[in-house]
Each structure stands twice: as structure tokens, then as C-alpha cells.
Design a protein around this ligand. Structure first.
Ligand SMILES: Nc1ncnc2c1ncn2[C@@H]1O[C@H](COP(=O)(O)OP(=O)(O)O)[C@@H](O)[C@H]1O
Ligand SMILES: [Mg+2]
Length: 361
């Protein structure tokens, strides 16, 4: 992108007053300043900017982040997060350069200040419907209807459809695996939130789980061919049904591209969770819905490899539903059963969705 002189000057006038005039711009590390447009302005290389105000000259440095895959800088929101943080913290450290402002480039190259931001919000359309967890509550108490089966087909068909869009970008797949294991919102972060000395866990049990998850990370990082369009948080509180099988989803999370097993387990874990709350086993209609979900998905995608990569994703969803913070009202027996499930799934190379109760023992 070319950084147009007029856009840079217009922005600085907004900050320092309309009397300002731009004198020169020079890429740090280069000697020739230019009063013209900066051709081929590459993100990531700081610019030295000199300007004139009535009675005084001024200088400042315009810094941006390099657009590249890897290191967690893949998305523009990643790079925004780092610059927003720098703007908020630079001036709080003694002897540290002060940040003067943070902002963004528009698609037509204008520079816009975002320095006044103190918290961000998202405005979205209102969705009609009822959250899917109400269905699971009802099925747990009253059993399943034909519509419940049709809805399972609709949900697994939807995932088969979105997952059919693939992307060739190994760093994004490795990121999904890395974050599922180590991110604050995922396994490491959820386990950090567990209370010390719980009655349903052995002392080093959480550490052992993390070690096995790291092994799984190294087993999966080479499977970048599986990188697919994903939802990222496909659980019953983010799915809203209207009439019949008509539904909408909410709250997409943690990256557009990822591992299909993440979406599969986000929902499938709840058929297990609702049944275990009742009987410490996966039984009855919830068992039927769980197996139908897998059967239909595997039939529509042919993705048999899913069963060999799914374990750490089940572990993530299981530590969430077993969490005293997220689900404070569960008995220790239920939490224990969920930990048995995740540890046994992590210990097996291939998941057998027809024999979940063997993992709950
Ligand atoms: N656009 C929307 N239309 C209707 N209900 C919504 C909408 N967004 C959120 N909700 C309701 O608010 C709940 C929480 O919103 P969500 O975006 O999922 O936030 P959280 O990050 O807390 O899960 C949803 O489960 C749903 O009940
Ligand atoms: Mg949500």
C-alpha cells in the first residue's frame, strides 16, 4: 500500500492542529527523506516523520506491525491488540518512549486515530430463536422427539458444509493446536482457574493432563492439510433454533480457520455432559443423539481421520464443563466421571464414539 502524503498530513493535522505541514518522511534505517508519497509502504518498518508547526518543528515515529503468518500475528486483530496495548502502557514505564496515539489505516489508506478508545464493543443483528441447551435440558428429562433427531442431522450437516472449505496455511493450523492446548481461553487457561486441592482430583493430575496434551500437540501439528473453515465455539449456548431445523449461530471464536474436531467436540461434549449429570453414563436418547451426530458427520465428510485427532479437543471441552467456575453446581462424581473421560480419551490413539462409557469408567 502507498502511504499518501496527504493522508499522513491530514491525520497529523487532526492531532496537532490544522496549521501543521508535513516536512518529510523517512524509513528508519534509510537516509533519503521524501516529501512525496511513501511508495510500497511496508507494514513493520517504522517511519521517521518531520513536521512544521507555527514557530517550531517536530518529529515523531510512525510504527506498524509486519503482516506475516506465525508468532500469533496472523490476523489484523492480533496486530491491533499489540499496538493498542503498547499505546496504553508505554508511558507507564520510567525512561520508556511515550506513545502519542494509536490508530488504523482504512482500506483507502486514510489514517484514523483510535486513541480515545477505552473499551471496544460489538454491535450485531438480533437473532430470533431459542438456545439449543433448552432442547438438551428437555431431552435429559423427557427423552428425544423426531425433531431432536432432525436437529442433530441439521447441526452435523452444517458442520460438514463449513468444514468442506479448506485453506492451505500450516501456521494457522499449528496456531489452532497451540492455542487449544496453551491459550488462556483453552486447556492451560481453564486449568489455571481450577481451585487448588480439589476433592475430585489427585494432586498432580492436572499437570499430567497438560503433559499428555503437549504430546498430542506434537502429534497433530503436521496435519495442516486438515485446516478448515470453523465456528470455533459451537456449543448449545451459541446455537439458536427457530421453527423445525431452522437455526442461527452466535459468538464465533478463536480464528476463522482451524481443526474441525474443535466444532465437533464443542457440541458433542454436551450430549455426554447432560447424560452424565443424570446417570454418570452416556445412556438413552442422549446416547442415540450423540452417535447419530457422529455417524451423519462421518458419512457426509468421510473424515475418518477425525477420530485420530479429536482427543485434545474433547479434553478442552471436558475441562470446561467439569470446571467449578463455569459449572459450580455439579457433584464431585460428575466431575470425576468427566475427568475419567478426558484422560482415557487422551490415552487412546483413536476415539471410538460407539463406546463412550468405556472412557467414563
Ligand atoms: N445477536 C443476538 N441475538 C439474540 N440473542 C443474542 C445475540 N447475541 C447474544 N445473544 C444472547 O446472549 C447470550 C450470550 O451472548 P454471546 O455472544 O454468546 O456471549 P458470550 O461470550 O457471553 O457467550 C447468547 O447465548 C444468547 O442467548
Ligand atoms: Mg456465547
Amino acid at each position: 500500500m502507498d502511504l499518501l502524503r496527504e493522508n499522513l498530513e491530514a491525520y497529523l493535522k487532526g492531532l496537532y492542529g490544522k496549521e501543521l505541514s508535513l516536512l518529510s518522511v523517512r524509513k528508519l534505517g534509510e537516509t533519503i527523506p521524501t516529501a512525496e508519497d511513501v511508495k510500497g509502504f511496508g507494514y513493520g518498518s517504522p517511519l521517521m516523520v518531520d513536521y512544521q508547526l507555527p514557530g517550531k518543528k517536530g518529529s515523531c515515529v510512525l510504527s506498524t506491525m509486519r503482516v506475516q503468518h506465525g508468532f500469533g500475528h496472523d490476523h489484523f486483530s492480533d496486530r491491533a491488540r499489540i499496538l493498542i496495548w503498547q499505546n496504553a502502557t508505554f508511558s507507564r514505564l520510567p525512561k520508556h518512549v511515550r506513545s502519542l496515539d494509536v490508530g488504523y489505516f482504512t482500506s483507502d489508506g486514510r489514517l484514523v486515530s483510535a486513541g480515545e478508545a477505552s473499551e471496544y464493543f460489538l454491535l450485531m443483528e438480533k437473532i430470533e430463536g431459542k438456545e439449543y441447551f433448552f432442547d438438551l435440558e428437555r431431552v435429559k428429562e423427557e427423552g428425544a422427539t423426531d425433531l431432536d433427531h432432525e436437529r442433530v442431522i441439521a447441526l452435523s450437516d452444517y458442520l460438514a458444509l463449513i468444514h468442506s472449505t479448506k485453506k492451505d496455511c500450516p501456521p494457522l493450523y499449528q496456531r489452532k493446536i497451540r492455542e487449544t492446548v496453551g491459550d488462556g481461553e483453552c486447556i492451560f487457561g481453564i486449568l489455571d482457574d481450577y481451585p487448588e486441592n480439589t476433592t475430585f482430583l489427585d494432586p498432580d493430575e492436572l499437570q499430567e493432563i497438560e503433559k499428555v496434551c503437549v504430546e498430542w500437540r506434537w502429534r497433530l501439528r503436521s496435519k495442516a492439510h486438515r485446516l478448515s473453515m470453523v465456528h470455533g465455539d459451537f456449543h448449545p449456548w451459541n446455537i439458536m433454533f427457530r421453527e423445525g431445523t431452522d437455526f442461527s449461530v452466535l459468538d464465533r471464536s478463536r480464528g476463522e480457520w482451524g481443526e474441525p474436531a474443535d466444532d465437533i467436540t464443542a457440541l458433542a461434549m454436551n450430549y455426554i455432559f447432560y447424560s452424565v449429570q443424570k446417570s454418570l453414563r452416556l445412556t438413552g436418547d442422549l446416547k442415540d443423539l450423540f452417535e447419530l451426530f457422529f455417524e451423519n458427520y462421518l458419512e457426509k465428510t468421510g473424515d475418518d481421520e477425525l477420530l485420530e485427532v479429536i482427543a485434545p479437543f474433547f479434553a478442552f471441552r471436558a475441562v470446561v464443563v467439569a470446571s467449578p467456575t463455569w459449572y459450580p453446581l455439579l457433584s464431585d462424581d460428575v466431575r470425576r466421571a468427566l475427568f475419567n473421560f478426558l484422560e482415557n480419551v487422551l490415552a487412546s490413539e483413536r476415539f471410538n464414539y460407539r463406546d463412550v462409557n468405556a472412557y467414563l469408567d
